[in-house]
Design a protein around this ligand. Structure first.
Ligand code: TNX
Length: 540
């Protein structure tokens, strides 16, 4: 070859070689990139590929407890399926994966930016929660096999690109009822993992109800010992000790989830009345037209100040505390003080729903008491929307579930509102009449029905500024184990997660159902027993 030709061709070869190096992403990697759920605020592919390898390390900057925490979670996530080490390299900004906290007011407390280039994955955020959410996105960019618990023979490919993201609502929650049926700490932790994966940040624990009292209260020990001894259907059940409760909270905290503990009062209280006779005000004669008499009601015919029977049925709205009883006031103060002491988060949920046999004047008195007790313990009062009937103010939070009028009353008094409309997000409801578990008093809720609504316009007359966000409750009358929980959660909890996170303009059912079809593959690897809704063309 002539020298001149060599001179001319050499750079060209170099260019070709370079172009060959910028390896195009596979169809799978592109699909993963386009299937991130909740859908990000902005995401653009740029045509290259990044590979995780044996030598990929994790850099953190600055080096502190926050960045160490998220790096540890990332290691836990990536190690089992890849079999790689992902060594932590504090301060190394050139590491294969860099987790970086950087002041950026625009990202707020939970936003992040994720940049995947050919030689580095970089997640930057204003706060550690943002990095955590960036990690949840990164996990979805990898092949579904990343969710396997054993080493997989897979090329760990990620399409390069840029994602900038932050949530629309600051309250993105799910509730688990551990009162009707009790669940183990392992189940509760898995529940937390599952909702964290979809960037939810609130875990509401419904700790007490007619059928069970599930939290140790040291000053009233019988509540848990006796009141927690059984559950719906009559099986032996249990409760969380305060130490176990703290363990759950710490587990959630590490995943940037706030636990909202609920003690349901003044109704839904039989487990307490069965544990301490002094709380029982005796047979209740309901005010005209307010409630149907529940035949097996353990209060009916029960003498005042005698403990009621434990209840294992599923009727609601027939038990109550009495405001005139000194013991009621002492009980509520003691319980909430102890609960406040073991709850680092700012909220206490006092229930307040379906108090059908509570005298209206008593109910108003109880709400006032709840406000005072919340304030005395430096906590924010949360209650179901019925508390809107009482004296509440802008410091309270009301949770809308059924009666628009009560939600509006709460909003008019300045309270903040959480949206949990039962016809959309009560995921204890059956999908359709064939669902093997679930109730249907509110609606049959298929995946599209859980998705196609907007918290900002759900209840007329509520200023969108007052709406904190969304929460999907899972009541447990019909469910007994993790398999049941997962069947009802997926694919609906992901719909609620997206409503809470993604901007309204970016939410679209057709687009969501294509993305979720891909997630089914991930759920299988995670051992999630999801409901194979016919509304979605699941991928194998
Ligand atoms: C209504 S929602 C209830 C719960 C039940 C649920 C069953 C609410 C505040 N109260 O006590 O478990 O329906 O779907």
């Amino acid at each position: 070859m002539k020298k001149i030709a060599r001179l001319f061709l050499a750079p060209l070869f170099g260019l070709i070689l370079f172009a060959a190096c910028k390896q195009k992403p596979s169809a799978e990697a592109i699909t993963a990139f386009n299937s991130v759920t909740p859908v990000p605020v902005s995401a653009t592919l740029d045509g290259g590929t990044f590979f995780l390898s044996d030598g990929t390390s994790i850099g953190i900057s600055p080096v502190n407890d926050d960045t160490r925490n998220v790096a540890g979670l990332l290691q836990d996530l990536l190690r089992p399926a890849t079999g790689f080490e992902f060594a932590l390299e504090p301060g190394n900004k050139d590491a294969g994966i860099l987790l970086e906290l950087k002041e950026d007011a625009a990202q707020g407390d939970e936003g992040y930016s994720l940049t995947v280039s050919e030689d580095q994955i970089r997640i930057t955020a204003n706060k550690a929660a943002g990095i955590f959410y960036g990690i949840q996105t990164l996990r979805q960019l990898l092949p579904a096999s990343i969710e396997s618990k054993s080493k997989q023979d897979v090329r760990w490919e990620i399409a390069t690109g840029q994602i900038t993201d932050k949530p629309g609502y600051g309250w993105r929650g799910s509730m688990l009822d551990v009162a009707r049926h009790f669940f183990t700490i392992e189940d509760v932790k898995r529940y937390i993992d599952l909702i964290a994966m979809y960037k939810m940040n609130i875990f509401h624990l419904h700790l007490t109800d007619d059928q069970g009292w599930r939290i140790e209260i040291k000053s009233w020990p019988n509540l848990a010992l006796h009141g927690g001894s059984t559950e719906v259907g009559g099986a032996k059940a249990g409760f969380f000790t305060q130490e176990q409760y703290k363990d759950i909270i710490a587990y959630a905290q590490k995943r940037y989830i706030t636990v909202i503990p609920e003690i349901d009062m003044p109704g839904h209280i039989n487990s307490a009345l069965a544990s301490y006779g002094e709380l029982n005000g005796g047979t209740i004669v309901p005010e005209e037209g307010r409630v149907k008499i529940v035949q097996e009601n353990p209060i009916l015919g029960k003498e005042k100040n005698k403990p009621t029977e434990l209840y294992t049925g599923t009727e609601v709205g027939w038990s109550t505390l009495r405001l005139e009883k000194e013991s009621s006031i002492r009980f509520i103060n003691d319980v909430m003080r102890e609960l406040a002491e073991i709850t680092p988060g700012p909220y206490l949920h006092f229930g307040g729903d379906e108090a059908h046999v509570t005298k209206k004047s008593d109910y108003i008195g109880f709400v006032k008491l709840f406000s005072d007790i919340a304030k005395a313990n430096k906590k924010i009062l949360v209650g179901w929307e019925e508390i809107g009937q009482g004296e509440i103010d802008e410091n309270a939070i009301a949770q809308h579930w059924a009666n628009v009028k009560y939600a509006q009353m709460a909003a008019e008094k300045g309270a903040k509102i959480i949206m949990s409309p039962s016809t959309r997000v009560y995921i204890d409801m059956q999908y359709d009449s064939l669902s093997r578990i679930g109730l249907h008093w509110a609606a049959y809720i298929e995946a599209d029905h859980a998705y196609n609504w907007d918290p900002a316009t759900q209840v007329e007359g509520i200023d969108p500024e007052q709406i904190l966000g969304v929460e999907t409750p899972l009541w447990s009358e019909t469910i007994t184990d993790m398999e049941d929980i997962e069947y009802l959660l997926f694919p609906r909890v992901t719909a609620v997660a997206e409503i809470g996170w993604s901007p309204a303009a970016a939410r679209n059912w057709e687009n969501y159902r294509t993305r979720i079809a891909e997630h089914g593959v991930r759920w299988k690897k995670l051992g999630i027993d999801y409901y194979p809704s016919k509304k979605i063309d699941w991928k194998e």
